[in-house]
Design a protein around this ligand. Structure first.
Ligand SMILES: Nc1ncnc2c1ncn2[C@@H]1O[C@H](COP(=O)(O)OP(=O)(O)OP(=O)(O)O)[C@@H](O)[C@H]1O
Length: 296
């Protein structure tokens, strides 16, 4: 059974259609990263799932059921616009969250706070942006939920805190917990997510594992030969989108998918060197964003 399952989920704010026909499935123990530019519908999706807002169309099931107060206790949530009580210390805030959730055991929350180097004795009003974010993360995981939904969790965290947070997320998922998070930080998604969905203008345009997205993405290979080789020799190879003559002895090819045929063709000439530019998630993201923009 999927932990999260949505069917044809849609949300409009008056005339603004923020989300269309979202069919999202997140499995137990999975870390799923939702990527998208500003206004793509990420926060809308997360708020729908947590039942802060109601859908215009479609349905949501969590652990196979509709949202209920009992179900809510199994879920942790970090909102994008975290509101803290300035005069409460971090520890007081966590005790407050524990009381609201009827989960007074704060041992996990204190453990995570320590890992993130968060001082729980300071009032929230005195905390830096990054430390406020750490407190938000701690409250989301502190009651040992089975599913955690995080809106831009890396926002404001320094690299050290990010690294610690990512390893915590991995451990949490390895222990069977499920995470859905939104992000602009592509390197974060790349490091921590098992699967990635790219949301553009309210539609999920692609969904795959990071590895498979990268394998199928456009890559660039530059061949250097010991003699002049015409770029046209590479034009008709399956998967090759463009072959450019950089100089008489150098050809740069852009290709998608497997590059075996391209490399075999290059090897028929006196090949001195080949360099490959691996696509990262940013290249993939830009590719889909441009492709989608062309359709408008
Ligand atoms: N309460 C609201 N009333 C009207 N329009 C809204 C409201 N909330 C969001 N929208 C619109 O819905 C669309 C999706 O917004 P959403 O906040 O879900 O995007 P996002 O991907 O989370 O963006 P960001 O990365 O900037 O946070 C945008 O066009 C936004 O202007």
């Amino acid at each position: 059974m999927n932990v999260i399952s949505t069917r044809q989920l849609g949300k409009s704010y008056g005339k603004i259609a923020a989300l269309h026909d979202l069919n999202l499935e997140v499995r137990p123990g999975e870390v799923y990263g939702l990527l998208g530019p500003n206004g793509a519908g990420k926060t809308t999706t997360l708020r729908l799932l947590i039942d802060v807002i109601r859908p215009t169309r479609g349905s949501i099931t969590l652990f196979g059921s509709k949202m209920s107060p009992r179900l809510r206790g199994r879920i942790g949530y970090l909102p994008g616009d975290l509101v803290l009580y300035d005069r409460l210390t971090g520890a007081d805030y966590l005790r407050f969250c524990g009381a609201v959730r009827a989960h007074p055991d704060l041992s996990e929350a204190f453990r995570l706070a320590k890992r993130l180097d968060l001082d729980l004795d300071r009032p929230a009003g005195e905390l830096s942006k990054g430390n406020r974010q750490k407190l938000g993360i701690v409250q989301a995981f502190g009651h040992r939920p089975e599913l955690v939904i995080l809106d831009e969790p890396a926002s404001g965290l320094d690299p050290l805190a990010q690294r610690e947070f990512h390893s915590y997320v991995r451990e949490y998922a390895d222990g069977g917990g499920t995470v859905l998070f939104s992000s602009h930080v592509l390197s974060e998604v790349e490091q921590v997510a098992d699967r990635v969905g790219i949301l553009l203008a309210g539609s999920l345009v692609v969904e795959d594992t990071v590895m498979s997205l990268k394998a199928n993405a456009m890559r660039e290979l530059t061949f250097t030969f010991g003699e002049e080789v015409p770029a046209a020799s590479f034009g008709d190879i399956p998967g090759v989108q463009a072959a450019v003559q950089v100089s008489g002895t150098e050809v740069r090819c852009r290709a998608t998918g497997a590059v075996g045929e391209l490399v075999r063709t290059a090897a028929r000439f006196p090949l001195l060197n080949v360099t490959s530019h691996e696509p990262d998630l940013e290249d993939i993201f830009v590719h889909y964003t441009e492709e989608h923009g062309d359709d408008d």
